[in-house]
Write a protein that binds this ligand. Sequence first.
Ligand SMILES: C[S@@+](CC[C@H](N)C(=O)[O-])C[C@H]1O[C@@H](n2cnc3c(N)ncnc32)[C@H](O)[C@@H]1O
Length: 429
Amino acid sequence: MALGPINTVFRALSDPTRLRLLHLLLDGEICVCDLCAVLGVLQPSISRHLAYLVRSDLVTARPVGKWKYYAIIDEPDGLGSDLISCLRSCLADVDVCQADRTRLEGILKRRDCCRHSNTPSSNQPAMMETTEMNTHKKIVETVRSRYAEFATSGRSSQNETVHSVAEGFGYDAEQLASIPAEANMALSCGNPVAQANLQPGEVVVDLGCGGGLDVFLAAKKVGADGKVIGIDMTAEMIDLARGNAVKFGQGAAPGNVEFHLATIDQIPLADASVDCVISNCVINLAPDKKAVFRDAFRVLKPGGRFVVSDIALKKPLPPEVKDDVAAYTGCLAGATTLTVYEKELIEAGFADVQIMDSQADLNAYRRTEGSSCGCSAPKTSTDKSSPNCCSGDNTQAADDSPTKSSNVLDDFDVNVFAASVSVLAMRPE
Ligand SMILES: C[S@@+](CC[C@H](N)C(=O)[O-])C[C@H]1O[C@@H](n2cnc3c(N)ncnc32)[C@H](O)[C@@H]1O
């Protein structure tokens, strides 16, 4: 039996994530996309663990199209039946492993796309390679899928929890009552319009506008002679925002508001065409923040303002949180440190950069309902499930059956590691 160097095998078995992966693979071959979904961990991290198991001769990988399927190596080259039955009996009663198994069954049952099959299919969606570009693409798709769920969840200020979370981040009841209730989904982490000193006639762009919350508040400030443009990459959000605009205009969208489907690193606006860039809890979600800052700088007129609410890290996150999908889509794991935030803004050309900790309580969501962090608002009774396996969105599984394994954020004090910040900067004249 070729187990590979014995120390490598024991090292492979010494890691909890790798043990969970092995346990799942005991019953047969599984696609990497399903393993990511079950563990609620981003693919680069799962792929690293799987590569370790492959190097240790415990597991084999089989490419199918551009996806990879993993299986325990059977005798004579693999673990051997004794070790397999030992793993089976040791792990069978472990809570986290049982929960993994239940979750996997749920995922396979719910799935109506990229079916888990041993038959190679040329229709399989492309598995993301671990190049930087493809990792970025994967992250964007995961984020988009998560926010599409929020956009269609029906949550609004009419829900008491959603209302109170928004109040906790700086909106007052009067502001919330002055815009369509569905524009607020408790996805914010500040109130940039309150800080932007917007003037009648100004042109404003809101990066990652969601349902239009800040767009509508800004539209009141800039008036009919101004314009507020909301940018969001999630089609469902743009649809929601456009529907909200009709409500906001009491039957017809006002002429000073428009929404565009685009990513915020490629803003579909002309150079030097905007007086003020606002954004609320979005830039932390963008994998290429330097590109976002460069493009924000490009669209600002000389003297234009960058007024952003966001989440930044006070210190590095523990690895299990850093790798957690829910922590990423929840505006935490993608955040950079305060120092890097400032440095990258300056590198993009901004001046007078100020980043202030607003001292808002980032555990607010968890204290109310559900167990998410950051801008992933609490689950409410109006949430609907729409899993999209091929998009790489693993968070659905995490939400559906919370377990110790998947919800690393359950007991995590977000305030220790991260802050809700107000970022102010200028494009020099
Ligand atoms: C946390 S929500 C905030 C929404 C809104 N700003 C608010 O406060 O209600 C993040 C929003 O940004 C969008 N988003 C995330 N990453 C983006 C990107 N790279 N480009 C464009 N939109 C993005 C999501 O679709 C989602 O609507």
